[in-house]
Design a protein around this ligand. Sequence first.
Ligand code: AMP
Ligand code: GLY
Length: 422
Amino acid sequence: MNIIVIGSGGREHAVIKKLKESPKCGTIYALPGNGGMADDAICVPVKATDIQAIAEFAANNDIDYAVVTPDDPLVLGCVDALEKIGIPCFGPRANAAIIEGSKVFSKNLMKKYNIPTAEYETFSDAGEALKYLESAKTPIVIKADGLALGKGVIIAQNRDEACEAVRSIMEDKKFGESGNNIVIEEFMTGPEVSVLAFTDGKCVKPMVSSMDHKRALDNDEGLNTGGMGTVAPNPFYTEDVARECMDKIFIPTINAMNAEGRTFKGCLYFGLMITPNGPKVVEYNCRFGDPETQVVLPLLESDLLEIMLSVTEGTLENTEVKFADKCACCVIMASEGYPVSYKKGYPIEIDSEVKKDTFFAGAKLDGGTLVTDGGRVLGVTATADNLRDAIDGAYGKAEKIKFENAYFRHDIGARALSAGKE
Ligand code: AMP
Ligand code: GLY
């Protein structure tokens, strides 16, 4: 089978490496991919949001299957466009991708179907939002409705910060049109867990749980980023919590989407918080998480392509989704200064052994030399029988990768290691 994978990040590289293990896998094209993936896929310079160019490429290159992983092409209807020309896809149609594309939609869905989440109100008028804040408790959370590169969430510690957040999102349009509508919600506390789940709209098969580290600096300090590292499994996601999530969140969400005529097929990401009142949904994503995928897929023992095809065909129930009883850690190596400003274009030194476990994001080939080309440059993953060894393994590999201005956190997995001792 010849496959196109849409996207260019470490997540896509992890998907591609796993797909290649399948005996059914033929040529993989990454649209656009990045130079760091060139050993694993043919990179084609087509933007992930250029739906028409993606469909044209698929129609003209003997493509059998498409895997659409980033949020924006999914929300823009990439799957719908490819299906229209007869290419089966892994990923939700636009009418289901809205579960990530609009926070107003997802919050209203959870309210309507009794799925546990933070209490909230929605606003399309800044004046009304400001008036509401006069009597609201703080801290409080302000969210832009639409996609905002993962940055559309502001946690306001007091009323002044909350009012400032509303003005910057709704009046100054800090996140563009994404901020025409906002959600103001209750501040929740507790450890966060990411659960990615395969679903064909009939059954749901969760993958191994994971924990992201979103802040730029050690001890969860500094700015929010796309994610500086991950571990799996997440020790806060106990068997009891998993059971509760399945009954109160996962199955009700799949049923709710069906009831709304928006059947979700693909990977549904549940961003959860284990609050003192039980697990609650922080957010849904309509796709694999990044960098969660870089620890989850290395632990997958079953054939990823078979699973994806069964999701497309609606036969997931009969397909094995098995994970190794092991741990994984991924350390993201970024360019110093990320997520604000940073220099790029520095050569990356990496040996072939370490490269096998490396997922490239911001890298490109410059006349045959691999150089840095983004904020998050790469992620390097190790798996082991226990978390301590997985963490040490990932850091051991990171130390062997060299580029000028390399930056990484030193405490990925520390919170997971101390779980139960807090
Ligand atoms: P999101 O983009 O919705 O995942 O939000 C980014 C981060 O903001 C989450 O991973 C949480 O750490 C935090 N967050 C979002 N909503 C809430 C909430 N209601 N209470 C506390 N923290 C939140
Ligand atoms: N790691 C969070 C996300 O993929 O949105």
